[in-house]
Design a protein around this ligand. Structure first.
Ligand code: IMP
Length: 188
């Protein structure tokens, strides 16, 4: 879909699109190629962080030629507010052990970094062979803790974004693009 066309079919709660469907597709393919080159024939376990990374991992996994396994974790995040609480809780743990495996954590967005910081510490204690992170989005200048993130899809401005897995109050995850929510939608 052309940008103009996508803009006309834009959801009424979205003020503007910052990353189009085509841009996402192209970047996910690049990330997949880079990951495939780095892991080669070594198996890689993709640990997707629910629920935001669900769409990203579905597309990314199909762009990786190395042997791929999938597992999922869910941690508490924003609820229906748009500010990070810093409180992280595991809601769903991995189904399998990760000892001696190449683990690649798949995240939707790196904001303050608090969620990933906690998750990486937790996963590292389970003694994987390697532990890396791929995030689709990273908010510029927002990280409160330093995270060693090997693969970043896009840097985005410090605005609340939705679409392609990212939600506001569980809505908008199915938008094919990344957009900025109109402030009046979340003004309480
Ligand atoms: P952090 O702990 O502040 O890095 O926040 C990480 C989590 O907060 C992400 O995995 C998202 O689920 C959520 N999040 C952060 N920023 C946004 C946003 O702009 N839109 C939607 N969700 C977000």
């Amino acid at each position: 879909m052309e940008l103009a066309e996508q803009m006309t079919s834009m959801h009424p709660d979205v003020s503007h699109v910052i990353i189009t469907e085509e841009q996402i597709r192209a970047r996910v393919a690049e990330l997949g190629a880079q990951i495939s080159a780095d892991y080669g024939d070594e198996p890689v376990l993709l640990v997707a962080v629910l629920r935001g990374a669900a769409l990203f991992v579905a597309d990314l996994s199909r762009e990786i030629s190395s042997p791929v396994e999938l597992d999922f974790m869910a941690v508490s995040s924003y609820g229906s507010s748009t500010k990070s609480s810093g409180v992280v809780r595991i809601i769903k743990d991995l189904d399998e052990t990760i000892e001696d495996m190449n683990v690649l954590v798949v995240e939707d967005i790196l904001d303050t970094g608090l969620t990933l910081k906690y998750l990486l510490k937790n996963l590292a204690s389970r003694k994987p062979r390697s532990l890396e992170v791929v995030t689709l989005l990273s908010k510029e200048g927002k990280q409160r803790v330093s995270i060693d993130c090997k693969y970043i899809g896009f840097d985005v401005p410090d605005e609340f974004v939705i679409g392609y897995g990212l939600d506001y109050a569980e809505r908008y995850r199915n938008l094919p693009y990344i957009g900025v929510l109109k402030p009046e939608v979340y003004a309480d």
